[in-house]
Design a binder for this molecule. Structure first.
Ligand code: LLP
Length: 414
């Protein structure tokens, strides 16, 4: 992200952030089109010599304008609910570029996906396979499917976001996969199209990908021998990003994809990818205003107007996010917890963080919040969800209005 300090003020893609904070109020999410475009095109470049489809993982940030912009760059969508399919279609994503995963697809969601003509379901259990078959026959459709296989590989990431271990609820054990593929091929409402895997998120080491892909590739060769033609291999998302520039090292898409594309190239196969965080994570920041200071005797607190309902990753996963003052004042450093106003002790953004002394009414920038922040936001404590802004070609576009008190009770019986 092109976030620079100019005359001690932070500027993003030529736009002065203080002026945005003052105009749109805080907390405020701001996304950089340039940054998401670069990340998307980086994948495209690596995949240029094979047939491929990038399905942006909507769960990372499903804002209509962001999905539309990505669609405009050629992206499809990885969805996980009827709601995400609806959003993808509304944003103009071609249904033939939509894949649909998730362990708990409901009947009406399956029907919606079938009637929308999506490319395929990523099937997570035999029960689900049978349900999709039943609904497809009833609706006189053929459901394209991939079986999501669980390769039992350790992605070496936070346990809450590991998905490819045998103990996780996701996918069907790769050991049972041959048998399930044979069964799927016998079902009249099903068209077997692919193999899907997704082993976890925020992978900073790419070796687990290769280990998992090799298992999937092996399965592909066995299925070919059995006469089950596979057209797509979907390796999911998961590539990590730098949250802590002192500790994290950005893994390269080329390292992740080099050996995989070499193998894909040898066959009539399309590679599907489902990146979320690596596209949007570092394209977003949140500006928050300092409301109060407080000292408890053993700790200092900087209390801000964002809270865990806006940026929940620190409280959920103990995640680290860099936090900078919006204006460099050259003050002394203090060590403090930076916290929100929600009535929970886990409502924090940083603990014992060294930051420049900052006065009431001044602003802080929480970095790397493009993914899994706004999309996981809530109205807890009846707080209003923030406005969201996109900066595109130096233009400032309001892509979501700040909520109002009336929004809070919109669906309630008054
Ligand atoms: N495909 C599937 C099937 C997934 O479950 C996920 C993420 C992705 C793709 C995209 O993964 P990504 O490229 O974004 O790593 N809330 C957590 C992350 C949860 C990830 C869930 N699945 C966090 O804030 O770290």
């Amino acid at each position: 992200m092109n976030l620079i300090n100019e005359n001690n003020q932070l500027i993003l893609d030529t736009v002065n952030l203080k002026s945005l904070a003052e105009k749109y109020q805080t907390p405020l999410f701001i996304y950089s089109y340039e940054s998401l475009k670069m990340s998307f095109l980086d994948y495209k470049k690596e995949l240029s010599n094979i047939k491929h489809l990038i399905c942006y993982a909507m769960k990372s940030n499903s804002n209509h304008s962001l999905v539309k912009e990505l669609g405009g760059l050629g992206s499809g969508a990885d969805t996980v609910s009827g709601g995400e399919i609806f959003r993808a279609l509304k944003a103009g994503i071609d249904p033939k570029k939509i894949v649909y995963a998730g362990v708990a697809k409901k009947e009406e969601e399956i029907d919606f996906a079938l009637n929308s003509g999506i490319l395929m379901f990523n099937v997570e259990s035999v029960d689900e396979l049978e349900k999709i078959n039943e609904r497809a026959i009833l609706l006189k459709k053929k459901a394209g499917i991939a079986i999501r296989v669980n390769p039992d590989v350790d992605p070496k990431t936070h346990p809450y976001i590991s998905t490819g271990l045998a103990k996780n609820k996701f996918g069907i054990s790769i050991k049972r996969a041959l048998e399930v593929y044979q069964y799927a091929s016998s079902l009249s409402g099903i068209e077997v199209l692919g193999i899907h895997m997704h082993i976890g998120s925020q992978l900073l080491d790419v070796s687990p990908y290769e280990e998992a892909f090799n298992k999937v590739y092996d399965l592909y060769l066995k299925l070919e021998q059995l006469g089950i033609a596979i057209k797509y291999i979907n390796i999911g998302g998961g590539l990590g990003i730098v949250y802590d520039s002192k500790l994290d090292k950005q893994p390269r898409t080329s390292d992740m994809l080099e050996n995989i594309t070499e193998k894909i190239k040898k066959h009539d196969l399309t590679l599907i990818l489902e990146p979320g965080r690596s596209i949007i994570g570092n394209a977003g920041i949140c500006i928050t205003k300092v409301l109060y200071h407080k000292e408890s005797g053993i700790k200092k607190f900087v209390i801000v107007d964002a809270a865990m309902n806006d940026v929940g990753r620190p409280s959920l996963y103990g995640a680290y996010h860099e936090i900078l003052p919006l204006e460099e004042k050259g003050n002394e450093d203090i060590v403090a917890d930076i916290v929100g106003g929600i009535c929970e002790s886990t409502d924090y953004f940083a603990r014992d963080r060294k930051i420049n002394q900052i006065a009431q009414g001044e602003y802080l920038v929480i970095k790397s919040v493009g993914a899994y922040c706004a999309s996981m936001g809530s109205n807890y404590n009846s707080r209003l969800r923030p406005a969201e802004i996109l900066i595109k070609n130096k233009e400032v576009i309001l892509i979501r209005e700040r909520e109002t008190y009336e929004d809070l009770i919109l669906r309630e019986k008054i």
